[in-house]
Structures are given as structure tokens and as C-alpha cells.
Design a protein around this ligand. Sequence first.
Ligand code: PMP
Length: 412
Amino acid sequence: GDMMSAAMLAGGFHGLDQRVNDAPLAYLDNAATTHMPLSVRQAMDAFEAHSRANIHRGVHTLSQRATDAFEQARTTLKRFVGAGDAHELVFTSGATDALNLVASGLSDAAHAVPVLRPGDEIITTALEHHANLVPWQLAARRSGAELLVLRPDAGGRLHPDDLARLVGPRTRVFAVTACANATGERPPYEELLALAAEAGALTVLDAAQAVAHDVPDVSRLDCDFMAFSGHKMYGPMGTGALVGRRAALEALTPLRFGGDMVEWVSEADAGFAGLPMRLEGGTPNVAGAVGLAAAADFIDVTGRDRIDAHVRALRSHAVQRLSALPGVTVLAPDATRSAIVSFVARGVHPHDIGTLLDQRGIAVRTGHHCAQPLLACLGVGPTTRASFAIYNTHAEVERLADAVAQALEVLQ
Ligand code: PMP
């Protein structure tokens, strides 16, 4: 009956078609990692079977084929996020790696003209995953800049007016998430980025939780850098990208020095290659890049709007069912364009809920979701989080809500 169980089978999400603890698996941990369709696994396997070789420095046929596959993947992914001629895409091992590249690359004191200097300000927000906070803490310490944090209201929402009060002539960087992974809140990042850019700041968007269904278009945003991970968008683990305006990427000191990122090397010195290779030192995960591009194709073939509408409907359904349970508070219940529902239950530890759900084959995530400052701001502890993807069904939402209700009866 449920439309998207057909999508699951058609997509070849074979890992989902299994029983866990004597129940059909309901995989509701997609904000942590999504499963991959068969098309992605086949694309990677075809690369490994026919084109495996190191890239960019071989004259032989396989090396050229591998280079073509890698660069074709780059082209596909640039188109996927709306990157134009003024943009470049750098492959990374994920969003964390991409954000570290930006934060470290802007705060290198050895750089001829370091972007971040003593007295400058970096602004991030309290909605961030630790990957978009801790690198900025380090960047501030390294450069002598000050780190300011834009805080949400009691409902976990960010307001452009508050940012307007925080930015000033010393603001050099503003970094914000496209969706808070701990609550599902989708901040008005278009407005926030525009405001920061107008104040002269470099802008950074963490799109890790958005790319699977609400893909930001970098050419329409005041966005200098955008980071995302492959494994949250139906692609392979350990893949991702940093997309940026060429001029902004040029200002970064590389994170990794060595082969592939140099033009010439003498005993005493080296000249670096141009973008994107300058920021891609060492042998990259070529099969991963091919798989990541196949995942972008999967999203486009399935339909971005269709995926977005589906996960939003599942989220609304879950919010409605869960918030009706006794003692349950759903965080950011009114969040728009969200695939994540996060809740706390009075007197019950989320790990106990998660454990009882697992006994019924339902996979959710429990804890602080690498976002301790946000939960502290909201005055809550660890939460239980369910998150949805194209293959999830309304029947699974019903199973989730029923199982939470039963767990609460046992635990409360
Ligand atoms: N940012 C956000 C909003 C995330 O949800 C995550 C992953 N949970 C990350 C960054 C880090 O992604 P990765 O672990 O793939 O580097």
C-alpha cells in the first residue's frame, strides 16, 4: 500500500530489506547516514572493475579513464549544487573535512596575508553541529580573532534581526547550518548569509543536512563556501565536498601538502597548483567521488521536489503522533522543510527508548547529536531523533509512534 516501499525496492536499497530483532527493519537514522541505492553501488563497482588507477599523472589508458571519471563526477556535482564558472568544487572526506579546510585555511598565520587577524570576529550559531563550531574555536585561537555565537530564541529559531545586531566592521566570517541536525530546524539561511555578506564577511553554509532533499543552489546564495557529506545523501561514506567561489577558495591555505597539489618542488620550496587540485593533496577517493556523483544523479532522477515533499510529510506525521504522547516534547515542532524529528520524554532517558525501539527493529539515534550547545540553549538534555529518507513510509512512522508509546508505558 505505501508508495515509498515501492521506491525502496525500485531503488535497490537492499540493506534495508532485512529483519532486525525479528521485525522488519525500520531505518529512521538517515540524518546520521542514509542507505545507498543500487545505482550508486554499481557506479562505484564499475569504476573499480574497469578504470581503477591513480589519476592526474598517468599517460596510460586506465589512468586517463580514472581521471575522466573523477572530473566527470566533479562536473556532475557542480551542476547539482548550482555552481557556475565563478565556483569550484573540491572533493573532501565529508562535511567535517570541508569545514576544517575552510576554518584552518582562513586562520593560517604563515599565509602571506592571513584572512583572520587579531581583533577580527568570526560569527557562528548555536544551532551548529560540532563540525561547524569546534574548527572555528580553533581558528579564533590560532588567529587571535574573537568567536561570537548567534543564539536562537526559546523555540530554537534564528532571527536575522539578532544577526544584524551582532555583525560589525570586524566581522570576517559568518558560518551557519542549512538545517540543525539535533532539532530539524531550518534557519532562514538565505537571509542570514545575505546580511553577513553585506557586512563584508565571508559566508559559510553547512549543507550536510540539506543536500539530500532541499539542495541549496550556491549561485543564488550569498555563499562563499558550502560543505556537504556524501553519506547523508544516498552516497558513500568518507566522501563529500567543499564548493566555493573561486576567489574565496584561492584565499585558503591548503590543509594537506604533498603530491598532486604542487606545480614544482625544489629542496627548499614549492609552487602550488591551481584550483581545485591545490586543495586536494594526495590520492583522492576516486570511487567515492564517482559514487557521490551517482547519488546526486539518483536524487535528480527521483526528483528533488518529490523527495522533499515525501520527507516533510513523514516529519509532519511523526510530529503530530509523537507530540500527542504523554510527557513528550518535540523540539522545533514547526520547522519547515525538515526531515528530522527530535524529542524528549519527561523522566525517561533517550538511550532506554532507543534500546526498546531497536528490539522492535526500529533504528533511531539518541544522545546529543554532536550539538551540545544547542541542547544547552534549549534547556534540554539528550534527545531521541528519528530522521527520514525517500524509502521511509507512513507505516514506519506509525510503528515508531506506537513503539515510543509502549516504551514510555514501560519506562515512565
Ligand atoms: N554538519 C551537520 C549539520 C551534520 O549533521 C553532520 C553529520 N551529523 C556534519 C556536519 C558532519 O558530517 P560528517 O560526519 O559526514 O563529516
